[in-house]
Structure formats: C-alpha cells, structure tokens
Design a protein around this ligand. Structure first.
Ligand SMILES: Cc1cc2nc3c(=O)[nH]c(=O)nc-3n(C[C@H](O)[C@H](O)[C@H](O)COP(=O)(O)O)c2cc1C
Length: 443
C-alpha cells in the first residue's frame, strides 16, 4: 500500500509517505527564505516523497523561534516562498505549510523580549522557552493571534501551496491553551475542555474563512500530553491531579478531533507529548551534548537560561540522563496506537508520525488501517532516498537512522543534516553530507 496514491480533499499524493516538519535556519535575517531552504526541501521532493510538511513557520512577526527560520507573517514573504514551492511541486511532490506560533515556548531570540513570554496563563517552566515566566495573554492579544493565523493562511494559499497544517501540538501557543495543566484561565478560554478548545476553534474558523472551503487544511494534534515527560514544574498543582501529571487525556483529544471534523478540518496529523523536544514525539536517545550546547548558546537571554545552562554544564552526563533522559527510548511507530484510536473516532484521514523507518512496519500499519499515511523526519534526514530503498524491496536502508536525536536539537543551528558520527567513517564524510545541500546557492 505504501506506493498507492491517496487523496485528501482535492489533493492526490502519489504514495503514502510524507516528510514531516523539519525546521532549520534557512532564511535571511528578516525571515525570507534562501535557496538553502529550497535546496533542503528539494532533496526530499526529488526522492519520491509524496508531500512535504514545512517547518513550523511563524505567523507572528515577533515570536520567531528559532532565529532565521522562515516566516510568513508579512506579504513580503509570499514571493520567495512561491519560487521554492514551484521547484518542489515540479517533482510531483505536494507542499503543505505548517503554521505555528511558539507562544512562551519561543526558544531563542537575539534579545530578550516580552512577547516571547506570552501564553494562555502566567507560569514557570524550567525547560521550555527562555523567559523567566510566561505571561497570560489578554483577550486582545488572543484576537490578534487568531488574526495572524488567518492572514498567514491566506499567504499560504497565495504562495501556491497544496495545503496548510496548523500545529496544535509541540507545546506551542495553541497547545498551551489546550493543555489543562498549563491553561489556568478562568475566562472563556480556559477551564473546561470546551473552553480550552475555543482558541483553536476560532483559529480554524478564521483560517477557513480566508482560504475557502476547497483548500486543504490539516491539524497536527498531540494525542496525549505526558506532562511528566519532561518534568512539568508548573506550580501550584492543578486538580484533578491527572491533568497536572498527564495533561490532556485521550478522551479530551478525541473530543478536539471530533470538533475539528465538524469544523471541516481535512486531516489529523498525530504525534504525542508536550514541548519540543520530548520523548513521545522524538523517540530515541536523549542528546545530552546537544542540549548542553543549545543551553549554553542561549544563556545570555534570561536568569532562567543562565541557571539552566549552569546546571547543564555542572551536572555530569550520567545525572542528566537520569533526570532529563527519563522516558527517552526508541519505540517504533510511537504514536501509531493513538493514530488508530483517532481513525476509529473520526471520518477524516489520519497521518501517523514518530519512529517509522522500516518498510514492513509501515506497510502493515497501512494494511491494518491504523493510519492512512505515515510521516517521517529523522529517517529521511539520514536517508533522503528511503523511498527508493523501499522500492528496491529492502526493509530498511543499509545505514539507517539511529534515532540519536542529535539532529533534533541541531535544528536551531545551521546547517542541518545527520550529526550521528556512528553513521560515517570520518568527520569529513559527515560534514560533506551536511554541507552538500547548503553550501551552494543552487544545487
Ligand atoms: C531537525 C528536526 C526539526 C524538526 N522541526 C519541526 C518543526 O519545525 N515543526 C514540527 O512540527 N516538528 C518538527 N520536528 C519533529 C518531526 O516533524 C517529527 O515529528 C519527529 O522527528 C518524529 O518523527 P521521526 O521519528 O520520523 O523523526 C523536527 C524534527 C527534527 C528531527
């Protein structure tokens, strides 16, 4: 089934494999995409991937994380995006832009700014975001954010994309409203499951108004938040305790899915966990060295980041792995079981993500109707020609992704490629692979 076409709404994908979002610092300093961005996307398109979901592209001009990621917060970004998207589509690969807003999970900035602290509620989170505290959004700020999503959606259509995806996962702003341990509002945007959903509902409605009923709109949703992974240090504890410990339960996320279906959403893209990075989305090893490197590079931004970096540099790897590495292990198709639950609950296509690399495993997930499509990130970064490998009848590539997660943190660096030394015979070979697509303006 992997190589059977699949149609969602009016978009036909030539097979069942999508490239899941992979961010990267591929823009100029104002957020305009460079040819490095185009070349990066092109190498998946030219290797038979049916569709690409872009990096999370920010709808807010100020909350930009990481720096030099592409932006879509102004009309000036449309034209450069358009040119690259045409190249991707010339290979028969569909292009979907994922819209997002980091809220208080904005991880980096040139200078510390208050807008990077905005969230559903005021609080403290040691791991995500760089500001000392998050700040509750006013209703005006909520309305502005809804407007930002709608305007960005219009730009996605004008850029010639085949569709758009709204990220309601990853611990970003929408997720900050959905997650009951994070959202502690007492107004119409917090409290009950219906009220927490209101922000997303209003975004979906205004996006749909802008792009029309014929445009593909999907949602990336976290099936379960697993707040305890990594440690949720928001105090005081919320009741019921289950909400503090787990965040949304499956019954709540399935409620969101059913409501989204009613609102005319065309597909669900299922992952799990709260915050980027987290072990339920990126199953594999905890990349201690890279996390330390990232913490050190952002230590100037606030007291919190300085303390975080000091801690990470003081504690030995073994202790860090014990505390922060909890739950980090590779699980094939980590969200497939959840995807199946969503598939049983709604009548729109469901895409499963996380920990896919083997042909037989993907084939049986599709055959058993646990999902309609599968999306991949790290295995394709390691082997962009993975589909060709499958086509040759092999179950997995000769030099597979080890799910070491070094690339996942390296997303905030440039250039991006596979940083797993074990996969290369030398440092030079590894660097050559990383620089291949990024060194020349046009490849
Ligand atoms: C380098 C890198 C960058 C990523 N950037 C994004 C992103 O911008 N937006 C997003 O929703 N997910 C992002 N992800 C998560 C992936 O889309 C995917 O959910 C995750 O890696 C699990 O899939 P995999 O096991 O196939 O890698 C990123 C992952 C990696 C490795």
């Amino acid at each position: 089934m992997i190589f059977e076409p699949f149609t969602i709404k009016n978009v036909t994908f030539k097979n069942r494999i999508l490239r899941s979002s992979i961010g990267g610092r591929t823009s100029y300093y104002d957020g305009t995409v460079t040819s490095a961005w185009k070349n990066f996307e092109k190498r998946f398109a030219e290797n038979d991937i049916a569709g690409i979901v872009s990096a999370t592209i920010t709808v807010d001009d100020r909350r930009w994380s990481p720096l030099e990621y592409p932006k879509i917060s102004d009309d000036k970004f449309i034209k450069p995006l358009q040119a690259g998207i045409k190249v991707v589509q010339s290979f028969g690969c569909k292009y979907i832009i994922q819209l997002g807003d980091g809220g208080c999970h904005t991880q980096t900035s040139l200078f510390s700014q208050e807008s990077d602290a905005k969230s559903s509620s005021t609080g403290f989170d040691l791991l995500f975001g760089y500001r000392n505290r998050s700040i509750e959004m006013t209703v005006e700020e909520i309305e502005q954010t809804i407007h930002n999503f709608a305007e960005a959606a219009r730009r996605v259509r004008e850029a010639g994309c085949d569709g758009l995806e709204i990220t309601a996962s990853k611990g970003y702003i929408i997720h900050q409203f959905l997650n009951p341990a994070i959202n502690r509002r007492t107004d119409d945007y917090g409290g009950s499951v219906e009220k927490r959903f209101r922000f997303l509902k209003e975004i979906v409605k205004s996006v749909r108004d802008k792009v029309g009923s014929d445009f593909l709109v999907g949602i990336r949703l976290s099936a379960l938040d697993y707040n305890y992974l990594p440690v949720n240090v928001r105090l005081p504890v919320v009741l019921p305790f289950k909400h503090f410990w787990m965040g949304n339960g499956l019954e709540e996320t399935i409620y969101y899915a059913k409501e989204l279906e009613k609102l005319g959403i065309d597909y669900l893209h299922i992952s799990a966990g709260y915050g980027f990075i987290n072990p339920k989305e990126n199953p594999g090893d905890f990349p201690v060295e890279e996390v330390r490197m990232f913490a050190s590079s952002t230590r100037h931004l606030s007291f919190k980041t300085a303390a975080r970096s000091t801690l990470l540099n003081l504690l030995p790897n073994s202790i860090l792995k014990l505390i922060l590495g909890r739950g980090w292990t590779f699980v094939p198709g980590v969200s497939l079981g959840h995807a199946q639950k969503f598939k049983e609950a709604v009548n729109i296509p469901v895409i499963a993500n996380g920990g896919f690399q083997q042909r037989d495993f993907i084939e049986s997930a599709l055959q058993e109707q646990k999902c309609d499509m599968v999306s991949m990130a790290r295995p394709l970064l390691a082997n962009p020609d993975l589909l060709k490998v499958f086509q040759e009848g092999k179950n997995e590539p000769e030099n597979p992704c080890t799910f070491c997660n070094r690339c996942t943190i390296r997303t905030v660096m440039f250039p991006l490629g596979c940083y797993e030394p074990l996969r290369f015979s030398s440092q030079d070979e590894m660097e050559a692979q990383i620089l291949k697509w990024s060194a020349t303006p046009d490849v």
